[in-house]
Design a protein around this ligand. Sequence first.
Ligand code: C5P
Length: 284
Amino acid sequence: MTSYLAPAKINLSLRVQNKVREDGYHNVDILMAPIDLYDQLDFHNSRTTTLLCETPGVPTDESNLVFKAIREFEKAYGRKAKQRITLTKRIPHGAGLGGGSSDAAITLQAVNEILGTNYDLAELSTMAAQLGSDVPYFLTPTICRCQGRGEIVTPVPELAGWSSPFVLLKPAFGVSTPSAYKGLTCSRRLKGVSYGPQKVDNITLINELERPVFAKFPILAHMKHWLLEQPGTRAALMSGSGSTLFALTETPEQARDIATRALQELDPTLFTHCGIVNPQAKTE
Ligand code: C5P
Protein backbone atom coordinates (compact mmCIF):
# COMPACT_ATOMS: atom_id res chain seq x y z
CA MET A 1 0.00 0.00 0.00
CA THR A 2 1.17 3.54 -0.74
CA SER A 3 -0.38 6.52 1.09
CA TYR A 4 -0.57 10.12 -0.08
CA LEU A 5 -1.87 13.29 1.54
CA ALA A 6 -3.93 15.73 -0.55
CA PRO A 7 -3.80 19.26 0.91
CA ALA A 8 -6.61 21.82 0.88
CA LYS A 9 -6.06 25.38 -0.36
CA ILE A 10 -7.34 28.82 0.43
CA ASN A 11 -7.49 31.72 -2.00
CA LEU A 12 -5.55 34.65 -0.58
CA SER A 13 -6.79 36.61 -3.56
CA LEU A 14 -9.31 35.87 -6.31
CA ARG A 15 -9.97 38.38 -9.04
CA VAL A 16 -12.31 37.49 -11.87
CA GLN A 17 -13.32 39.14 -15.12
CA ASN A 18 -17.08 39.57 -15.38
CA LYS A 19 -17.05 38.64 -19.08
CA VAL A 20 -17.75 34.96 -19.84
CA ARG A 21 -15.23 33.37 -22.24
CA GLU A 22 -16.31 31.50 -25.36
CA ASP A 23 -15.75 28.19 -23.55
CA GLY A 24 -18.09 29.26 -20.71
CA TYR A 25 -15.30 29.94 -18.18
CA HIS A 26 -14.13 33.24 -16.69
CA ASN A 27 -10.55 34.51 -16.74
CA VAL A 28 -9.21 34.66 -13.21
CA ASP A 29 -6.14 35.89 -11.37
CA ILE A 30 -5.80 33.91 -8.16
CA LEU A 31 -3.24 33.74 -5.37
CA MET A 32 -3.55 30.20 -4.05
CA ALA A 33 -1.98 28.88 -0.83
CA PRO A 34 -1.89 25.35 0.63
CA ILE A 35 -3.05 24.73 4.19
CA ASP A 36 -2.45 21.91 6.69
CA LEU A 37 -5.79 20.17 6.21
CA TYR A 38 -5.53 16.95 4.22
CA ASP A 39 -7.51 14.13 2.64
CA GLN A 40 -5.70 10.79 2.61
CA LEU A 41 -5.55 8.42 -0.35
CA ASP A 42 -4.26 4.85 -0.01
CA PHE A 43 -3.42 2.95 -3.21
CA HIS A 44 -3.17 -0.85 -3.57
CA ASN A 45 -2.45 -2.70 -6.80
CA SER A 46 -5.58 -4.64 -7.73
CA ARG A 47 -7.30 -6.49 -10.57
CA THR A 48 -9.67 -3.61 -11.31
CA THR A 49 -10.00 0.00 -10.20
CA THR A 50 -12.30 0.58 -7.23
CA LEU A 51 -12.80 3.53 -4.89
CA LEU A 52 -13.80 3.19 -1.24
CA CYS A 53 -14.88 6.15 0.88
CA GLU A 54 -16.84 6.01 4.11
CA THR A 55 -17.84 9.67 4.19
CA PRO A 56 -21.61 9.93 3.55
CA GLY A 57 -22.51 11.80 0.37
CA VAL A 58 -19.17 11.19 -1.39
CA PRO A 59 -19.80 9.20 -4.59
CA THR A 60 -17.48 6.23 -5.14
CA ASP A 61 -18.47 5.65 -8.76
CA GLU A 62 -17.09 7.10 -12.02
CA SER A 63 -18.49 10.55 -11.11
CA ASN A 64 -15.84 11.01 -8.39
CA LEU A 65 -12.88 13.16 -9.55
CA VAL A 66 -10.50 10.44 -8.28
CA PHE A 67 -12.08 7.99 -10.72
CA LYS A 68 -12.03 10.61 -13.48
CA ALA A 69 -8.31 11.17 -12.79
CA ILE A 70 -7.66 7.43 -13.20
CA ARG A 71 -9.55 7.43 -16.51
CA GLU A 72 -7.68 10.54 -17.76
CA PHE A 73 -4.38 8.90 -16.83
CA GLU A 74 -5.37 5.68 -18.61
CA LYS A 75 -6.06 7.64 -21.82
CA ALA A 76 -2.40 8.74 -21.92
CA TYR A 77 -1.04 5.42 -20.59
CA GLY A 78 -2.98 3.30 -23.07
CA ARG A 79 -3.55 0.62 -20.40
CA LYS A 80 -5.60 0.14 -17.24
CA ALA A 81 -4.18 1.57 -14.00
CA LYS A 82 -5.88 -1.10 -11.80
CA GLN A 83 -5.85 0.43 -8.32
CA ARG A 84 -7.94 -0.11 -5.19
CA ILE A 85 -8.11 3.38 -3.70
CA THR A 86 -9.30 4.21 -0.20
CA LEU A 87 -10.18 7.88 0.25
CA THR A 88 -10.35 9.36 3.76
CA LYS A 89 -12.07 12.74 3.52
CA ARG A 90 -11.20 15.49 6.00
CA ILE A 91 -11.62 18.46 3.64
CA PRO A 92 -15.31 19.43 3.55
CA HIS A 93 -17.17 19.38 0.24
CA GLY A 94 -18.63 22.52 -1.45
CA ALA A 95 -16.31 24.56 0.73
CA GLY A 96 -14.02 26.45 -1.69
CA LEU A 97 -11.07 24.50 -0.26
CA GLY A 98 -10.34 22.44 -3.39
CA GLY A 99 -10.73 19.01 -1.77
CA GLY A 100 -11.96 17.12 -4.85
CA SER A 101 -9.42 18.87 -7.10
CA SER A 102 -6.57 18.02 -4.74
CA ASP A 103 -7.67 14.36 -4.56
CA ALA A 104 -7.64 14.24 -8.38
CA ALA A 105 -4.17 15.81 -8.70
CA ILE A 106 -2.69 13.50 -6.06
CA THR A 107 -4.24 10.51 -7.86
CA LEU A 108 -2.44 11.49 -11.08
CA GLN A 109 0.85 11.85 -9.20
CA ALA A 110 0.34 8.61 -7.30
CA VAL A 111 -0.37 6.41 -10.31
CA ASN A 112 2.50 8.07 -12.18
CA GLU A 113 4.84 7.00 -9.35
CA ILE A 114 3.32 3.58 -8.66
CA LEU A 115 3.28 2.55 -12.34
CA GLY A 116 6.68 4.16 -13.04
CA THR A 117 5.36 6.05 -16.06
CA ASN A 118 7.48 9.15 -15.38
CA TYR A 119 5.14 11.68 -16.97
CA ASP A 120 6.60 15.12 -16.30
CA LEU A 121 4.83 18.05 -14.66
CA ALA A 122 3.70 19.52 -18.01
CA GLU A 123 2.15 16.19 -19.08
CA LEU A 124 0.42 15.68 -15.72
CA SER A 125 -0.76 19.29 -15.85
CA THR A 126 -2.43 18.71 -19.24
CA MET A 127 -4.29 15.71 -17.78
CA ALA A 128 -5.16 17.72 -14.65
CA ALA A 129 -6.64 20.62 -16.66
CA GLN A 130 -9.13 18.18 -18.25
CA LEU A 131 -10.44 17.39 -14.77
CA GLY A 132 -11.05 20.93 -13.47
CA SER A 133 -9.62 24.45 -13.43
CA ASP A 134 -8.05 24.07 -9.95
CA VAL A 135 -6.59 20.58 -10.45
CA PRO A 136 -3.22 21.62 -12.04
CA TYR A 137 -2.50 23.84 -9.02
CA PHE A 138 -2.42 20.82 -6.69
CA LEU A 139 0.50 19.29 -8.64
CA THR A 140 2.70 22.04 -7.11
CA PRO A 141 0.90 23.04 -3.92
CA THR A 142 3.08 25.96 -2.82
CA ILE A 143 1.91 29.59 -2.98
CA CYS A 144 1.11 30.09 -6.67
CA ARG A 145 -0.53 32.55 -9.00
CA CYS A 146 -3.19 30.86 -11.15
CA GLN A 147 -4.39 32.53 -14.34
CA GLY A 148 -6.41 31.71 -17.45
CA ARG A 149 -9.37 29.74 -16.10
CA GLY A 150 -7.08 28.76 -13.21
CA GLU A 151 -4.98 26.16 -14.99
CA ILE A 152 -1.95 28.39 -15.76
CA VAL A 153 0.03 27.97 -12.56
CA THR A 154 3.14 29.97 -11.60
CA PRO A 155 4.86 29.58 -8.21
CA VAL A 156 5.52 32.89 -6.40
CA PRO A 157 9.11 32.58 -5.07
CA GLU A 158 8.81 35.81 -3.02
CA LEU A 159 6.11 34.10 -0.94
CA ALA A 160 7.80 30.67 -0.60
CA GLY A 161 8.81 31.51 2.99
CA TRP A 162 5.56 33.24 3.99
CA SER A 163 3.16 31.53 6.36
CA SER A 164 0.48 32.52 8.83
CA PRO A 165 -1.80 30.99 11.46
CA PHE A 166 -5.43 30.87 10.35
CA VAL A 167 -8.89 29.65 11.28
CA LEU A 168 -11.55 28.30 8.92
CA LEU A 169 -15.30 28.49 9.51
CA LYS A 170 -17.65 26.57 7.23
CA PRO A 171 -21.42 26.42 7.68
CA ALA A 172 -23.26 23.15 7.04
CA PHE A 173 -24.36 24.26 3.57
CA GLY A 174 -21.99 24.33 0.60
CA VAL A 175 -21.87 26.63 -2.44
CA SER A 176 -21.87 25.40 -6.04
CA THR A 177 -18.97 26.87 -8.02
CA PRO A 178 -20.92 27.31 -11.30
CA SER A 179 -23.70 29.23 -9.49
CA ALA A 180 -21.12 31.53 -7.86
CA TYR A 181 -19.62 32.42 -11.25
CA LYS A 182 -23.07 32.73 -12.83
CA GLY A 183 -24.06 35.31 -10.20
CA LEU A 184 -21.29 37.68 -11.32
CA THR A 185 -23.44 39.24 -14.01
CA CYS A 186 -26.55 39.96 -11.95
CA SER A 187 -25.64 40.37 -8.26
CA ARG A 188 -25.26 43.56 -6.23
CA ARG A 189 -23.11 44.42 -3.23
CA LEU A 190 -24.90 44.17 0.12
CA LYS A 191 -25.10 47.47 2.01
CA GLY A 192 -22.55 47.90 4.80
CA VAL A 193 -20.48 44.85 3.82
CA SER A 194 -16.77 45.37 3.16
CA TYR A 195 -15.52 43.73 -0.02
CA GLY A 196 -12.40 45.86 -0.46
CA PRO A 197 -8.75 44.81 -0.48
CA GLN A 198 -7.06 43.98 2.84
CA LYS A 199 -3.30 44.13 3.28
CA VAL A 200 -1.29 41.54 5.26
CA ASP A 201 2.51 41.81 4.96
CA ASN A 202 2.96 42.36 1.21
CA ILE A 203 -0.15 40.38 0.22
CA THR A 204 -3.39 42.03 -0.93
CA LEU A 205 -6.37 39.88 0.03
CA ILE A 206 -9.59 40.20 -1.96
CA ASN A 207 -12.20 37.79 -3.33
CA GLU A 208 -14.41 39.08 -6.14
CA LEU A 209 -16.73 36.05 -5.83
CA GLU A 210 -17.87 37.41 -2.44
CA ARG A 211 -20.32 39.76 -4.21
CA PRO A 212 -22.41 37.04 -5.93
CA VAL A 213 -22.07 34.53 -3.09
CA PHE A 214 -22.90 36.96 -0.25
CA ALA A 215 -25.92 38.20 -2.27
CA LYS A 216 -27.28 34.63 -2.20
CA PHE A 217 -26.08 33.74 1.33
CA PRO A 218 -25.99 36.95 3.45
CA ILE A 219 -25.07 34.85 6.52
CA LEU A 220 -21.58 34.50 5.00
CA ALA A 221 -21.18 38.30 4.93
CA HIS A 222 -22.25 38.37 8.59
CA MET A 223 -19.63 35.70 9.40
CA LYS A 224 -16.92 37.66 7.57
CA HIS A 225 -17.70 40.79 9.59
CA TRP A 226 -17.77 38.79 12.82
CA LEU A 227 -14.30 37.41 11.94
CA LEU A 228 -13.01 40.92 11.17
CA GLU A 229 -14.06 42.06 14.67
CA GLN A 230 -12.22 39.30 16.53
CA PRO A 231 -9.02 40.08 18.45
CA GLY A 232 -5.97 38.93 16.49
CA THR A 233 -7.65 38.91 13.06
CA ARG A 234 -5.31 40.38 10.44
CA ALA A 235 -7.70 39.78 7.51
CA ALA A 236 -10.88 37.78 6.86
CA LEU A 237 -12.12 36.52 3.49
CA MET A 238 -14.21 33.90 1.74
CA SER A 239 -12.15 31.11 0.15
CA GLY A 240 -12.83 30.38 -3.53
CA SER A 241 -16.56 30.20 -4.22
CA GLY A 242 -17.31 29.50 -0.53
CA SER A 243 -18.88 28.54 1.74
CA THR A 244 -15.69 28.64 3.87
CA LEU A 245 -14.59 31.91 5.47
CA PHE A 246 -11.06 32.20 6.85
CA ALA A 247 -9.20 34.63 9.05
CA LEU A 248 -5.44 35.11 9.17
CA THR A 249 -4.39 35.71 12.77
CA GLU A 250 -1.27 36.89 14.56
CA THR A 251 -0.91 33.74 16.70
CA PRO A 252 -2.19 30.13 16.64
CA GLU A 253 -3.83 30.71 20.06
CA GLN A 254 -5.93 33.57 18.64
CA ALA A 255 -7.06 31.28 15.81
CA ARG A 256 -8.12 28.60 18.33
CA ASP A 257 -9.96 31.18 20.49
CA ILE A 258 -11.84 32.44 17.42
CA ALA A 259 -12.91 28.88 16.52
CA THR A 260 -14.19 28.30 20.08
CA ARG A 261 -16.10 31.60 20.14
CA ALA A 262 -17.55 30.99 16.66
CA LEU A 263 -19.13 27.74 17.85
CA GLN A 264 -20.62 29.56 20.86
CA GLU A 265 -21.65 32.85 19.27
CA LEU A 266 -22.38 32.03 15.61
CA ASP A 267 -23.40 28.42 15.07
CA PRO A 268 -22.57 25.23 17.02
CA THR A 269 -22.77 23.17 13.79
CA LEU A 270 -19.92 25.03 12.03
CA PHE A 271 -16.96 23.05 10.70
CA THR A 272 -13.85 24.74 12.11
CA HIS A 273 -10.15 24.14 11.53
CA CYS A 274 -7.11 25.98 12.84
CA GLY A 275 -3.67 25.63 11.31
CA ILE A 276 -0.91 27.16 9.24
CA VAL A 277 -1.13 28.59 5.73
CA ASN A 278 1.76 27.34 3.57
CA PRO A 279 2.92 24.77 6.16
CA GLN A 280 6.03 23.83 4.13
CA ALA A 281 7.26 27.46 4.16
CA LYS A 282 10.97 27.52 3.50
CA THR A 283 12.30 29.91 6.10
CA GLU A 284 15.73 31.15 5.19
O1 C5P B 1 -13.24 23.86 -13.89
P1 C5P B 1 -14.27 23.47 -12.91
O2 C5P B 1 -14.95 22.18 -13.25
O3 C5P B 1 -13.80 23.50 -11.49
O4 C5P B 1 -15.37 24.61 -12.98
C1 C5P B 1 -16.68 24.43 -12.53
C2 C5P B 1 -17.54 25.53 -13.09
O5 C5P B 1 -17.18 26.79 -12.50
C3 C5P B 1 -17.39 25.76 -14.60
O6 C5P B 1 -18.23 24.90 -15.31
C4 C5P B 1 -17.80 27.21 -14.73
O7 C5P B 1 -19.20 27.33 -14.68
C5 C5P B 1 -17.26 27.83 -13.46
N1 C5P B 1 -15.92 28.43 -13.63
C6 C5P B 1 -15.78 29.59 -14.36
N2 C5P B 1 -14.55 30.14 -14.53
C7 C5P B 1 -13.46 29.58 -13.98
C8 C5P B 1 -13.57 28.39 -13.22
C9 C5P B 1 -14.82 27.84 -13.06
O8 C5P B 1 -16.78 30.13 -14.87
N3 C5P B 1 -12.27 30.15 -14.14
